[in-house]
Design a protein around this ligand. Structure first.
Ligand SMILES: Cc1cc2nc3c(=O)[nH]c(=O)nc-3n(C[C@H](O)[C@H](O)[C@H](O)COP(=O)(O)OP(=O)(O)OC[C@H]3O[C@@H](n4cnc5c(N)ncnc54)[C@H](O)[C@@H]3O)c2cc1C
Length: 425
C-alpha cells in the first residue's frame, strides 16, 4: 500500500486525504493546530456557549468540486441550498430591495431578477443589463490589464450601479477592493455564476457551525478509510535530494516512510518548511482581512437568513436566530481598530440598516482574520504555481495554487482533488 503524507487539514488537505484514502492509499495528515479546518472552522464561544464560526462562509451552486466533496464525505445535508437565487439587499431604514429570481425558466428568471432590482433606477437597470448580457462574450485578453473597477467604468457602469450591485458581489467573492482585484478573475466568476444554469447562481449556507458542517464528516471518512490524523504536529522542515523529498521533520519526530507528500498549507507556511520554494518560484502573495462580529440579541426580529447592505462598511448580516454575524470583507482599515471601536461602529450600522437598537444587544465577539484570503490582483493572474513541483513525489495544494479561482473554499477543494488525482494517476 502506497503511503502519502498530507501537511495541513484545511479544506485542501482534507479533500486530498479523502480522495487518496478512498483510492486505497495509506494517508497520514500532519496538522500544526489542535483542530482541523484551517481558515474555515467553528468553536464554542466560552461566554455564551454558542457555536460560532471564525468567519461566516457562503458557497454557491457553482462550487461543483465542493459539493462533490461534501457528497463524498456525507456532509451535503448540512447545507442550506436555495432553489433559486434570492439576496435581500437592504438600504438604510430597513428598506429591503430583494434580488430574486422568478419562477420563469432559466435564464429568463435571472433576467427578470435583474430587471426588477429596485436598488437601481430604470435607466441604470438597462445599462446594467446591457453589460450583463455581453459577459459571455468577454475575452480574457481584452481585460487582462484591467482592475474590476476599470473594467466596470469602461463598460459604462456608473457609481450607483457599482455601489448597489457590482461592488457588493465583487468584494464578497474576491474579498478585495475592486480597484485592486483583477477583472479577469471577476469575469471568470461571473460567467460561472450566471451563465451555467439556474442552480449555479444560488447561494449555499452551512446549516451548522463550520466544523460540524464538514470537518467532523471529513475526519470520520478519512479514518474509516484507514487514514490517520495527527493534530498539534507542525512540519518544520522538508528535506530533499535528487528531486525527491526523503524526510519530513515535525515538532515531534522525523518521518521517512512515505511515497508521496502533499503540502496543503498557505504559501507563507510552505516557505518556512521549504525555503527553496521561494527562490525556485519567486512568487509573492498579498492578503486581505475579514472581520466578523458576532452579536447576541435580547430579541431578534430579522426573518431572512442573510442581508447584503448597500453603502455600509458592513457588507453582510447573517441571521443565526440567537445571534447575528456581521461581516466586513476587505477589512484592512478595521483590523487595527480596537474590538470596542469596531463594535460601536457596527452597532450604529445595525440600528441604521435593520433597526436593531444598541440596547437590544446582550453580548458581542469580534474575530479578525488578517490573512483571510490572498488578493487576486492582475499581477498574479498567470504566475500562480502549478501543483506538480520539480520534486517528483511532492505536490502542492491550497486555495492559492493555480486553480484559476480566487481564494475560496472551491479553490481549496479543487486543489485538493487535483493533488490527489496527480498521485492516483
Ligand atoms: C473569515 C473568512 C471568511 C471566508 N469566507 C469565505 C466564503 O464566504 N466563501 C469561500 O468560498 N471562502 C471563504 N474564505 C476563504 C476560505 O476559508 C479559504 O479559501 C479556505 O479555507 C482555504 O483552505 P486551504 O486548505 O487552502 O488553507 P487553510 O484553511 O489555511 O489550511 C491550511 C492548514 O495547514 C495548517 N498548517 C500550516 N502550516 C503548517 C505546518 N507547518 N505543519 C502542519 N500544518 C500546517 C494550518 O494550521 C491549516 O489548518 C474565508 C476565509 C476567512 C478566513
Amino acid at each position: 500500500m502506497k503511503k502519502c503524507v498530507v501537511i495541513g487539514s484545511g479544506l485542501a488537505g482534507l479533500t486530498s486525504a479523502a480522495y487518496l484514502s478512498l483510492n486505497g492509499f495509506q494517508v497520514e495528515i500532519l496538522e500544526a493546530s489542535p483542530k482541523p479546518g484551517g481558515r474555515a472552522y467553528s468553536f464554542k464561544d466560552s461566554e455564551t456557549g454558542s457555536i460560532i464560526d471564525n468567519g461566516q462562509h457562503i458557497m454557491m451552486g457553482c462550487y461543483k468540486e465542493t459539493l462533490k466533496f461534501f457528497n463524498l464525505i456525507g456532509a451535503r445535508e448540512n447545507l442550506i441550498l436555495q432553489d433559486r437565487i434570492k439576496v435581500n439587499f437592504v438600504k438604510e431604514n430597513f428598506n429591503l430591495l430583494p434580488l430574486q429570481a422568478s419562477g420563469l425558466p432559466y435564464p429568463l428568471n435571472l433576467l427578470s431578477a435583474l430587471l426588477n432590482y429596485k436598488a437601481l433606477t430604470f435607466k441604470d437597470r438597462l445599462l446594467f443589463l446591457k453589460f450583463f448580457l455581453s459577459l459571455p462574450f468577454v475575452l480574457e485578453k481584452d481585460i487582462k490589464s484591467l482592475s474590476v473597477y476599470d473594467w466596470l467604468i469602461e463598460e459604462k457602469q456608473n457609481e450607483n450601479i457599482i455601489k448597489a450591485f457590482w461592488e457588493i458581489l465583487a468584494v464578497g467573492a474576491l474579498n478585495t477592493n475592486i480597484k485592486k482585484a483583477s477583472a479577469v478573475t471577476f469575469a471568470i466568476i461571473l460567467k460561472e455564476i450566471f451563465f451555467r444554469g439556474n442552480k449555479v447562481a444560488t447561494i449555499i449556507i452551512p446549516k451548522l457551525g463550520l466544523s460540524e458542517t464538514y470537518c467532523k464528516n471529513a475526519l470520520s471518512f478519512i479514518e474509516e478509510h484507514n487514514g490517520k490524523i495527527n493534530f498539534g504536529e507542525q512540519v518544520t522542515d522538508i528535506k530533499f535530494s535528487n528531486e525527491m523529498v526523503f524526510e519530513i521533520e515535525t515538532t515531534k519526530r522525523k518521518i521517512t516512510e512515505f511515497d508521496f507528500v502533499i503540502s496543503a498549507v498557505p504559501l507563507y507556511a510552505l516557505e518556512k518548511m521549504l525555503p527553496e520554494f521561494k527562490s525556485e518560484y519567486n512568487f509573492e502573495l498579498t492578503y486581505s482581512s475579514i472581520v466578523s462580529i458576532h452579536i447576541w440579541l435580547k430579541e431578534n426580529h430579522l426573518d431572512e437568513l442573510f442581508y447584503g447592505l448597500i453603502g455600509s462598511p458592513v457588507h453582510w448580516i447573517f441571521n443565526h436566530q440567537e445571534h447575528v454575524t456581521l461581516v466586513i470583507s476587505d477589512a484592512g482599515e478595521f483590523v487595527n481598530m480596537s474590538n470596542e471601536e469596531i463594535f460601536n461602529m457596527v452597532a450604529t450600522e445595525l440600528e441604521k440598516y435593520v433597526k436593531i437598537a444598541k440596547d437590544k444587544i446582550i453580548s458581542y465577539k469580534v474575530i479578525k482574520e488578517k490573512r483571510a484570503t490572498f488578493i487576486p490582483s492582475k499581477e498574479i493572474l498567470n504566475t500562480r504555481p502549478k501543483q506538480r513541483t520539480p520534486l517528483q513525489n511532492f505536490i502542492i495544494a491550497g486555495d492559492w495554487v493555480n486553480t484559476g479561482l480566487p481564494s475560496t473554499i472551491e479553490s481549496a477543494v479543487k486543489s485538493g482533488r487535483i493533488a490527489a488525482q496527480l498521485i492516483i494517476g
